[in-house]
Design a binder for this molecule. Structure first.
Ligand SMILES: [Zn+2]
Ligand SMILES: [Zn+2]
Length: 288
């Protein structure tokens, strides 16, 4: 079954992550009201013993609760429709996924999510870098001048994630530009490495709507822009021939289809093509 971009959101959080709100049921209801027919939950995957995750991610022991909650929502939606017409018109397919912070040492755990815990898909991201000034892991958006070493590290981690073969798509690949605030040769080289890797691996990258809902930032030349997505990055993506998708990255039920407004407009302005998704007969998700 083919799902066009206006029917899909595969980047959804909830109260489970502790920086989002809303129950699973509330997201499902809102998604249906907005005409979505494919809704993937991609809660930030908790990892044991990571200091930066404390209070900002679900606790590791809560993971089975999250999984059971999504599976229950799937069952409920599947059993809800009695006639074929009802099913065609209202049916929403729900997927169990997770957004995984890429850490090479967690590779086998992420594989286990797919192979043993039957996740429908996983998506990857890199959100944090060690900040030597503060002496701890910091969110990329908190850097106003991301050091070049961090830029290199970001590219290494992100491309390593893409090559792992575990992930269905890459989340907000250009989030590093929230901290690296100039479009210079190094930004272009970093972007090119990520984009060529995605192209080679055949993995779609995501224009993330959450960045469009954040406050604008001031960049090095004094102008302002959204922290991400960044126009120059996506024009390069188009040139490279990378498959592009968009998601809301909702942290409140009301935002579950926000990408249909902001990110669709961003794609249109920049002549970017958004790909559709397909679910094969085994329920496996892939890009058309
Ligand atoms: Zn989040
Ligand atoms: Zn994210």
């Amino acid at each position: 079954m083919l799902y066009t971009p206006d029917k899909v959101n595969l980047h959804t959080h909830s109260f489970y992550c502790k920086h989002g709100t809303g129950t699973i049921a509330e997201y499902v209801e809102q998604a249906k009201a907005e005409g979505l027919t494919l809704l993937g939950f991609s809660e930030h995957c908790p990892l044991p013993d990571r200091e930066y995750q404390k209070g900002n991610r679900m606790d590791f022991p809560e993971l089975p609760l999250y999984e059971a909650d999504i599976r229950a929502a799937q069952t409920k939606e599947q059993s809800k429709y009695t006639t074929e017409i009802e099913e065609k018109e209202k049916k929403i397919t729900i997927l169990l996924g997770a957004e995984c912070d890429w850490l090479p040492e967690e590779k086998s755990f992420y594989e286990e999510l797919i192979q043993k815990r039957n996740y429908d898909y996983l998506c990857c991201s890199v959100h944090h870098m060690f900040d030597p000034v503060r002496g701890k892991e910091e969110f990329l958006g908190r850097f106003t001048t991301l050091p070049l070493g961090h830029l290199i590290e970001y590219v290494k981690l992100y491309t390593d994630a893409l090559r792992s073969g575990i992930f269905t798509f890459g989340c907000h690949p250009d989030i590093f530009l929230a901290g690296y605030r100039r479009w210079d040769g190094d930004a272009i080289a970093a972007s090119t490495d990520i984009l060529q890797c995605a192209k080679q691996c055949g993995i779609p990258l995501e224009i993330n709507d959450n960045g469009l809902r954040k406050r604008p930032i001031t960049v090095e030349d004094g102008s302002t822009r959204q922290p991400y997505p960044v126009k120059e990055f996506w024009l390069l993506a188009k040139e490279t021939g990378v498959k592009t998708v968009t998601n809301s990255d909702a942290h409140r039920p009301i935002d579950v289809a926000a990408h249909k407004r902001n990110a669709f407009a961003f794609a249109k302005e920049n002549n970017l093509n958004l790909c559709s998704w397909e679910l094969n007969s085994k329920g496996k998700l892939h890009i058309e």
